[in-house]
Design a protein around this ligand. Structure first.
Ligand SMILES: [Zn+2]
Length: 316
């Protein structure tokens, strides 16, 4: 069956200023990489605009309204030291939500086997009522709740291999036993959360921190020992990946040394989890990844694996 790729031009208009690592070129290099011959069979859709009712399943109405009202017509509005809005941010954030929910609709509806969404801003640091860490709306959390509300999913698993801990996703599902949140991340590092003893009120939060300097073997060991058995035992109806590629060794924001093949391996193992209980249903959403070469290569490996192609088998 088909792998679906979803993006929208609005992702290129959210711009947090010169020199900011979370920049429009991130999506440009991904779109260019996925134009290669190897991705000819990829189905492609343009994201719909997200709806208010999809967002308020995770964020209070007042929070959403305050962001909408704050959005500047020109210039930059700083929300914290490294998160700001320009005139394109609001539309990009809404289409990021729309893309995530559209991916869920297509995968839960059986139109696609799995899907990868390349939108920005990312989402996993956005807490219930707090934008932070380049994030405004928690796309992965909204996608999980959309699968439950619109498609009757009982249990949804979110695996986050971004090098930063997804404090926002953990915050949203801290007391919700119907969503498992699992994360590998460098610690200590921004945002400071994600210790192994943070397990949530329902024991459905699974944190497997890595140390600066760790590489593929430590990452795979953390996945195999701490995370994959928990995800399989949870028996999710849908697997969502918070797919950040900033644990790559070239990434300037952290000190984990993963390679493209490690992302391909993790993708394949998460497809195994989806195969075991979710009929293969998997939705992957772009989070971080700030070295453009590493990002393009890692996304290529990730999407090749989603398409059932052995990573590196096709050149581009
Ligand atoms: Zn990150």
């Amino acid at each position: 069956m088909t792998t679906l790729f979803i993006s929208h031009p609005s992702a290129l208009l959210h711009d947090m200023g010169p020199g900011h690592p979370e920049r429009p070129d991130r999506v440009r290099v991904i779109e260019r990489a996925l134009e290669a011959e190897a991705f000819q069979m990829l189905a492609r859709e343009r994201a719909a605009r997200g709806e208010f009712e999809q967002i308020i399943r995770c964020h209070p109405e007042a929070y959403v309204r305050s962001l909408e009202e704050a959005a500047p017509q020109h210039g930059l509005l700083h929300l914290d030291g490294d998160t700001c809005m320009n005139s394109g941010t609001w539309e990009a954030a809404l289409h990021g939500v729309g893309a995530a929910c559209q991916a869920v609709d297509e995968v839960m509806g059986g139109k696609a086997a799995n899907a990868f969404v390349a939108m920005r801003p990312p989402g996993h640091h956005a807490e219930i009522s707090t934008p932070m860490g380049f994030c405004f709306f928690n796309n992965a959390a909204i996608a999980a709740r959309h699968a439950q509300a619109a498609h009757g999913a009982t249990r949804v698993a979110i695996m986050d291999f971004d090098v930063h801990h997804g404090n926002g996703t953990q915050d949203i599902f801290w007391a919700d036993g119907s969503v498992m949140y699992a994360s590998t991340h460098q610690m200590p590092l921004f945002p400071g959360t994600g210790a192994a003893n943070e397990i949530g009120e329902m024991n459905t939060i699974v944190n497997a921190p890595l140390r600066a300097g760790d590489a593929g073997p430590q990452f795979r060991h953390a996945m195999e020992s701490a995370i994959l058995p928990r995800l399989i035992a949870f028996r999710p109806d849908l697997v969502i990946i918070s797919a950040g590629f900033d644990a790559h060794q070239r990434d300037p924001l952290a000190q984990i040394n993963l390679l493209e093949e490690d992302f391909a391996w993790a993708t394949a193992r998460l497809m195994d989890v989806a195969d075991a209980s979710a009929g293969g249903r998997l939705v992957s959403l772009l989070e971080g990844g700030y070295d453009l070469t590493a990002l393009a290569g890692s996304v290529s490996a990730h999407v090749s694996t989603l398409m059932g192609r052995s990573p590196g088998a096709s050149s581009s």
